[in-house]
Design a binder for this molecule. Structure first.
Ligand SMILES: C[S@@+](CC[C@H](N)C(=O)[O-])C[C@H]1O[C@@H](n2cnc3c(N)ncnc32)[C@H](O)[C@@H]1O
Ligand code: SF4
Ligand code: SF4
Length: 393
């Protein structure tokens, strides 16, 4: 779970062409100001350490960043920021160290491979990428390596680009990067679809390549592969939100706080340009619907990976409609099959082929129908205890 504070809403210094927040910008829903006291009061209500998010968090003036992070350190012991890294300067680096700010940086590759994260002209775009690359190196030199988010598309993950990406990750590992998250491009409009989207085959090939690269690397990990493996082994206590039956109206993994203190959801599900406020009650209708709906109608019926995948992040649903499963079903299914085969080779019994699978699915269905969520670890152990008790009676 993370508390994401967005003092300036979706306001950003660059214009990534694919950004899922563009519908909100196009609709003119950009925050004009913020109130630090209201933000702090909202954070206190949540009672946990927070990450500054955006848009671009580092557009917040340095004096206000200092106020927020010094308060955050004193109250919760650490801080976070998710940034495109372009604006990071020496004063930011001092604050990151002084106020224990964990830094997440988004960059899609070195040099021209990051061109889709656009800054108006090609010169400005390349200069911005160079600043981000330098910031990554500086943070590593300072002993506070950032974690990275890389979005895959036609400008960085086609067959001709992948070897450059692999080499870049080898370099990143050598300077101290240990954690990277790969995003499949989520498509918001036709123009992006035509220009940047990879085919399911290309996405799969890219992911498979990164999985193989991870085996060669020693300290740098892509969280998605550990997640998928752990899900199949019912060890999913720490898996990321995309696998956890996220309700698009309450997005429990992301508790957003806007500049005026208002609560908000993860922006991934805002398809109409409107930042809806959080609903009071979670609901799991999406997951009940996916379980019962045949795959030809946008559901997941009879998929042996449903317990692990759950139709994936609602922000990536087919046609932007959260009632559907993810538009990246083909890719995830093939990757799960790949990891499933590896686990079988290792002598494990992944949940996808376990004789318990259908019983476990019923536990999820009943839990969701009761308005609650669960995970594989809890459901599996609950079922196991129940079976033991029944055999003793
Ligand atoms: C919206 S940005 C906001 C935070 C900050 N400005 C940054 O760049 O990290 C959050 C993350 O979402 C990713 N992102 C934006 N649009 C996306 C899309 N359509 N598909 C996949 N990832 C996307 C960005 O690359 C970034 O890693
Ligand atoms: S909408 Fe997607 S990215 Fe956002 S919290 Fe839910 S699962 Fe995570
Ligand atoms: S792999 Fe596809 S069909 Fe299976 S659960 Fe995931 S989205 Fe649904």
């Amino acid at each position: 779970m993370s508390i994401e504070v967005r003092p300036l809403g979706v306001k950003c210094n660059i214009q990534c062409q694919y950004c899922y927040q563009n519908p909100q910008r196009d609709a003119g829903n950009i925050a004009q100001g913020y109130d630090l006291e209201k933000i702090k009061a909202a954070v206190e209500k949540e009672g946990e350490s927070f990450t500054l998010f955006g848009g671009e968090a580092l557009l917040v003036p340095e004096a206000d960043l200092e106020k927020l992070w010094s308060w955050g350190l004193q109250k919760y012991g650490s801080n976070g920021v998710q940034t495109n890294g372009v604006l990071i300067n020496e004063n930011h680096i001092r604050m990151f160290k002084q106020y224990k700010v964990h830094v997440g940086i988004s960059i899609d590759g070195p040099g021209e491979l990051n061109d889709v994260r656009w800054v108006g002209t090609i010169e400005r775009t390349r200069a911005a990428t160079a600043s981000t690359e330098k910031a990554i190196e500086r943070l590593c030199q300072e002993g506070i390596p950032p974690s990275l988010i890389i979005t895959l598309h036609r400008a960085n993950a086609t067959a001709d680009k992948l070897p450059i990406m692999y080499e870049w990750f080898r370099y990143l590992e050598s300077i101290g990067i240990t954690s990277a998250r790969l995003h499949i491009l989520e498509v918001e409009n036709e123009a992006i679809q035509q220009k940047y989207v990879l085919t399911p085959e290309e996405n799969f090939t890219a992911f498979l390549g990164f999985a193989k690269l991870e085996e060669e690397l020693t300290t740098l990990k892509f969280d998605v592969f550990a997640d998928m493996r752990n899900l199949l082994l019912v060890e999913d206590n720490n898996s990321t939100c995309i696998w956890n039956a996220c309700d698009p109206y309450t997005t429990s993994a992301v508790r957003g706080i806007e500049g005026n203190g208002q609560s908000s959801n993860c922006g991934r599900t805002n398809k109409d340009g409107i930042d809806f406020i959080k609903a009071n009650q979670p609901g799991f209708e999406r997951y009940l619907a996916l379980y019962y709906t045949p795959q030809e109608y946008g559901g997941c019926k009879n998929c042996r990976f449903f317990l692990a995948c759950k139709g994936q992040c609602p922000g990536t649903s087919i046609d932007g409609d959260w009632r559907n499963r993810t538009e990246h079903c083909q890719e995830w299914k093939r990757l799960f099959s790949y990891i499933e085969a590896k686990l079988i080779d290792e002598g494990e019994i992944p949940i996808s082929i376990s004789s318990n699978r259908q019983q476990l699915e019923q536990v999820f269905i009943e839990t969701w129908a009761g308005g609650k969520n669960t995970n594989l670890y809890s459901a599996y152990h609950w079922l196991k205890e129940k079976t033991i008790k029944a055999s003793q009676n």
